[in-house]
Design a protein around this ligand. Structure first.
Ligand code: KIV
Length: 284
């Protein structure tokens, strides 16, 4: 699996054409990127969710471009072949097209990304167009957009009413026409996701908690393995409780050191008698 070919945009669009679901996970560090690459993941998102999952903030807003670049570089080292998407952090693109292009360029040049992602609907179409015009593939993000969670009334389903759904469906088309290579739909009703996917012509539609009828699925890595202690959202499926394994291992380590059960002889190295005697002479 590790010597697989690089996943490129044509690889992804071929999957769409063949109705083969695209796999996508978030990732923030080298060892996890290595495991994801070995598992054959198609796309990796270094999400600004790292502010919560890795840095312990209550939201994604404090995350900086430098935080994102540092983590994305580590992920690229672990996963050289996955299609790598850098998530534009809060205020790295909202202010102007120029800021957006410069920060998107940093992701490509300094972290080896294949594309970037930014949040927002029609109001962000000029940013997508400017980034695409600079030759940088851009992904949109609609529905629940965590950087605007406060304005959206919290982390909740978006597009429940026909009017709200119509706006999201229009926004997806506007982003596609602005040049987005794809749009992530986070927490919108399954039928809204299906309608957007059916209407997409040259745009990869991905679902995060928005049902099966997209071109592929995204989940937050920490939610798959019980690694985020504060909560696990309903949309996530837990594939194993690594958090519990780690916690139990840590408790055992603390107890074994306290009880002098660790280290055992197999965990350390000795010294030849002759060298030890010589050492004692040297030390007087
Ligand atoms: O930052 C992130 O991980 C994201 C997901 C919530 C889609 O943007």
């Amino acid at each position: 699996m590790s010597d697989r070919k690089k996943v490129s945009l044509p690889t992804l669009f071929t999957k769409v054409a063949k109705s083969e679901p695209i796999t996508w996970l978030t990732c923030y560090d080298y060892p996890t990127a290595y495991f994801q690459e070995q598992a054959g993941i198609d796309m990796i998102l270094v999400g600004d969710s790292l502010g919560m999952t890795m840095l312990g903030y209550d939201s994604t807003l404090p995350v900086t471009m430098n935080d994102m670049i540092r983590h994305t570089q580590a992920v690229r080292r672990g996963a050289p072949n996955a299609f790598l998407i850098g998530d534009m952090p809060y205020m790295s693109y909202q202010a102007s097209n120029e800021t957006a292009v410069l920060n998107a360029g940093r992701f490509m040049a300094e972290a080896g990304c294949d594309a970037i992602k930014l949040e927002g609907g029609r109001e962000m179409a000029p940013r997508i167009a400017a980034i695409a015009a600079a030759g940088i593939p851009a992904f949109g993000h609609l529905g629940l957009t965590p950087q605007s969670a406060s304005a959206l009334g919290g982390f909740r389903l978006q597009g429940k009413s026909a009017l709200q759904a119509q706006k999201i469906i229009e926004d997806a088309k506007i982003l596609e026409e602005a040049g987005a290579i794809g749009v992530l739909l986070e927490l919108v009703p399954d039928r809204v996701c299906q309608l957007i996917t059916e209407r997409a012509e040259d745009c990869i539609i991905m679902s995060l908690g928005s049902g099966p009828d997209a071109h592929g699925q995204l989940l937050i890595y920490h939610d798959l393995f019980g690694l985020y202690p504060k909560f696990t959202p309903r949309m996530a499926k837990v594939y194993g409780n690594a958090g519990e394994v780690i916690q139990n291992g840590l408790i055992q380590y603390v107890q074994e050191v306290q009880n002098k059960q660790f280290p055992e002889p197999k965990n350390y190295f000795g010294m030849k008698d002759a060298e030890y005697d010589e050492l004692k002479k040297l030390l007087g």
